[in-house]
Design a binder for this molecule. Sequence first.
Ligand code: GLY
Length: 380
Amino acid sequence: MMTAPLRAGEITVPVALGARAYDIAIGRGLIGDLGKRIAALKPGASAAIVVDETVAAHHLKATEESLTAADVRAVPVKVPPGEATKSWRMLEQVCDRLLDARIERNDVIVALGGGVVGDLAGFAAAILRRGLDVVQVPTTLLAQVDSSVGGKTGINTRHGKNLIGAFYQPILVIADTALLDTLPQRDFRAGYAEVAKFGLLGDAGFFAWLEANWQDVFAGGSSSGSSAREHAIAIACRGKAAIVARDERETGERALLNLGHTFGHAFEAAAGFSDKLLHGEAVALGIACAFEFSTHLGLIPGNDAGRVAHHLAAVGLPTRVGDVPGLHVTADRLMDLIAQDKKVKRGKLTFILCRGIGKAFIANDVDAAQVHTFLAEKLA
Ligand code: GLY
């Protein structure tokens, strides 16, 4: 289902998935048009807004007003903030509350929030009444460029993160960049790691642009700042949309989006998935490791690893364990955590490595001993 731009300055990025194609609309103030867009896509539908209490305090009123102005019945379903919300218990509660509110098969779920709400609400949409349409309205930079796009939904279990879920594409993504104005600076910075990732994995020109323009991307708000921010989000979304269109279910190249994530997840786990190290910060640390490890393996001539670390550090992201207050971890512990990661196949480690900036590739056969040597040197 595609929609026409409703506002001047809006950027539309199509996700070309045949019968499941949809648009990502990017721009300031787009939440004001949410009701009109839902009414156009699904005449007569009600909209259940799944939102956490923190985001609700900032953005629920505007979302409800947008829906009711277009005669769309709005039903808020609030959940607590935080990763613990991605649980069986909350999934059950959300589904029951949607059924209590008589949300029907032709209605729509609006996932208003960051990655936690997007994943939980997207999964609820995938299974409730065997599948309801979902509109993703991401409210963090990380969600705008990554988790709201591409249809990965799910919850965590005691066995690990994201182990229960579904590929379930939204019918629309509304990335209202004005919503980022209320995002704490630390969260914005963490999301920026995923923006930079798109340059580093396949678009060296975009990375060079970020090196020159990152301050405008962070500034937002002003007219020049907001256009740089929207441009960066659009380029990242275009990169992700192209990969998802070619490999929706991650049988191949979609794994490139995991650049920095194998090392990053291990650091995140070592920090107890706590505020000590946010996901995007772990990704920055992981990206720095991936470039250094690629250099250690002789894959990158020159100093691209230094250039990457320099940029991430310039924006205030961690690139060394010592940059993370209170994080103490050994190479042995990281290797244990990496071995538990889902990217281990038949005893070999899978990493996303690089031949330079913008030249990432999937390496399925990485020798664990080399990873251990590298980590021991990095942590020394
Ligand atoms: N966040 C990685 C992916 O969507 O595949």
